[in-house]
Design a protein around this ligand. Sequence first.
Ligand code: GUN
Length: 300
Amino acid sequence: MTQIIDGKKISAAFREKIAEAVSLLKTEYSFKAGLAVILVGDDPASDVYVRNKGIASKKAGMSSLEYRLSDDTTEQELIALIEKLNHDDTVDGILVQSPVPEHINYQSIVNVINPDKDVDGFHPKNAGNLLIGSDSLVACTPLGCSILLKYILGEDLSGKDAIVIGRSTIVGKPMAMLLLQQNCTVTIAHSRTQNLAEKCATADIVIAAVGRPEMVKGDWIKQGATVIDVGINRIGTTESGKAKLVGDVAFDEASENAGAITPVPGGVGPMTIACLMYNTLKAACNRRKIEIPDIFSDFI
Ligand code: GUN
């Protein structure tokens, strides 16, 4: 029987643990963790993501600041806001939603965020620490995928063959580093990879993060493999007028071979937001040199 990995349910349990920890820290140390989210422009998908991040912060008991800037905001104006937030002691996490308008260089902006408040894990200091195996704030989507893998496969992934399809800075590269840390043998595939179907067909773990609707076919999946689908692709609308979402994996076909698979929606997406809450909690504790309450031992 193929296990459908219920990201909604798993993330709800995770968020509950985070909320308990936030509340404990309020009582014991009298501080409230806080997240600031900046959106530049009016990309409709980003608008929804930013709103959901604000709602999740409040539900976790954190303070939430939202900055919505017009799409003609200059890099200098954005940098000035980030510097203000870097110095604001009530702010533990700072996130600039991507994409940003074309006249702004996203990485230059990320580089200005205090790495201790970089809850996206995109600052070179955090990305570099992940690479060398030091503690860091880890990008939320790959962190969420790792938690799902632990939930399904247990702690020990040693020796498993994993393929990460996609080499983005946000997902593919940090995901590969996390799998390597877990002693997997990791292949990073991308648009120039040859014989992708065959490479995929030998993998115990498949992480699809390419942004191409249903690109990974059912016969690419080894019998019993664990399939994590990071894709969120909008293709047309449903009868009720809502955007129809599909992942990077042809779900119905792949389910016939996979041992476990994430659906879209309801798989990785909810875990990403939960991990953002976790990173904000972690940043809040690190900044005050407080040990992070144990969230994982009775959750996973
Ligand atoms: N846009 C899509 N995913 C992300 C994310 O994880 N963080 C930010 N800042 N922007 C995104």
